[in-house]
Ligand binder design. Structure first.
Ligand code: SAM
Length: 390
């Protein structure tokens, strides 16, 4: 049994409950939800499992030290005490990122500098060598957080943000981030076995994430993680976790239901197709190019998810027209549901309550989430049918 450590995994606000469940599945204990993240305890295998399997975490931070501090010099002392030859060594690059609030340590950059100096000084005293800093892709990304009088120094297991799954070919305009898309999908309660569609799919984020959910594919499966470059990297454990993830994907991909995407923009669909290919789920997703009003998904979906246009780029009239067309599409679906059928559940992301009026539909549930820094609502519209959802 390895050493028990504390961890903190940040996520998009509104997804903490889902992340807490993921942490429990990974074997974490003493799980606590805060706004924008979850803290927990676990041995190193819990961190490894979470960084490979979490769909909603943005990072997984392993705590190295925590202390009450009175000023920046205490940060130096706290960092200087740690066994850096075991945690990092001198042949690897590192970087210190910081987040500071409160009056004791006023400048975030200064906090990072004190920690960096402590690491370099201590390794040089012990080994005669000094490690190099690389802020682009450090082998050992460190994070110093100061909240009021408490400072926490941690190592970031992934390095890069976990929403970057590695399958998006290029940076596209207004996509929804992968971790938020995976979280929103799970908030719908979609059973992962019935058909799902996105009628304004853009670069296809919802559909690729839905395919991964249904296929039981680990989001971190093809990603390189910073932890693989650490001196205490447990390679046998990581290899066995990857092997298990491969087996689960091979079995799970036989169970993926029909997933259907539509957009009127050919360029967006080209990116979506490319993404699905790179994400190894191309055969599970059908793509259509039409105006949303003319889109007739086949088979009829049980769940609709959509992130319609909103924001500053479009004129209010054009937005109202677009949302009206989306409303027509949803009412068309409603009419395909017979009296004995289950209702179709449509979920829409909206930053602006005004925008939903042209839909001319009644919602029955709203969840507060954050997308692109904006407070949004993930809104449910039950369509047609007499029976409530399973
Ligand atoms: C906010 S983006 C969706 C982003 C998407 N969730 C992603 O992850 O890339 C809205 C999308 O709606 C599409 N769209 C706007 N009006 C449309 C219409 N009338 N019919 C079909 N698609 C439309 C746009 O082309 C755009 O791709």
């Amino acid at each position: 049994m390895g050493k028990l450590r504390w961890y903190f995994a940040p996520c998009s606000p509104g997804l903490e409950g889902l992340l807490a469940e993921e942490v429990a599945v990974a074997g974490g204990t003493r799980i606590r939800q805060d706004r924008g993240g979850v803290s927990f305890q676990g041995t190193h295998d819990v961190g490894y499992r979470l960084v490979l399997w979490s769909r909603v975490a943005i990072r997984v931070l392993q705590e190295l030290a925590r202390a009450r501090v009175g000023g920046p010099d205490d940060l130096y002392t706290m960092a200087h005490r740690l066994p850096w030859h075991k945690l990092m060594g001198t042949s690897r690059t590192f970087a210190v990122y910081s987040a500071v609030s409160g009056h004791l340590v006023r400048h975030s950059k200064f906090a990072a500098l004190r920690v960096k100096d402590a690491v370099v000084d201590q390794l040089r005293e012990q080994t005669g060598d000094r490690p190099s800093v690389d802020t682009d892709q450090p082998d050992v990304p460190l994070k110093i957080t100061v909240r009021g009088p408490v400072a926490t120094l941690s190592r970031d297991l992934a390095g890069d943000s976990l929403h970057r799954r590695g399958w998006r070919p290029i940076q596209v305009r207004s996509p929804i981030n992968e971790a938020l898309a995976a979280g929103l999908l799970q908030l719908t309660g979609w059973d992962r076995r019935s058909p799902l569609c996105d009628p304004m799919c853009g670069s296809g984020t919802f559909l690729v994430e839905a395919a991964h959910l249904a296929a039981d594919r680990a989001p971190g499966l093809r990603r390189e993680m910073a932890l693989q470059r650490w001196p205490d990297f447990d390679e046998p454990l990581w290899t066995s976790l990857l092997q298990e993830a491969e087996e689960r994907f091979a079995a799970g991909r036989r169970n993926v239901p029909a997933l259907v995407g539509n957009d009127h923009h050919a360029g967006a669909l080209a990116i979506a197709r490319d993404s699905a290919e790179r994400a190894e789920v191309a055969e599970h997703i059908q793509w259509h190019q039409s105006d949303v009003r003319d889109f007739r998904p086949d088979p009829t979906p049980a769940t609709v998810v959509v992130n319609p246009p909103f924001g500053v780029r479009l004129q209010p009239d054009a937005l109202a027209e677009t949302w009206g067309r989306l409303g027509d599409f949803l009412k068309g679906l409603s009419s395909r549901v017979g009296d004995d059928d289950r209702q179709i559940m449509a979920w829409l992301l909206s930053a602006d309550p005004e925008l939903t009026h042209p839909l001319k539909l009644r919602s029955d549930e709203r969840v507060a989430v954050v997308h692109g820094g904006l407070d949004c609502r993930w809104i449910r519209y039950p369509l047609g049918g007499a029976l409530p959802p399973r």
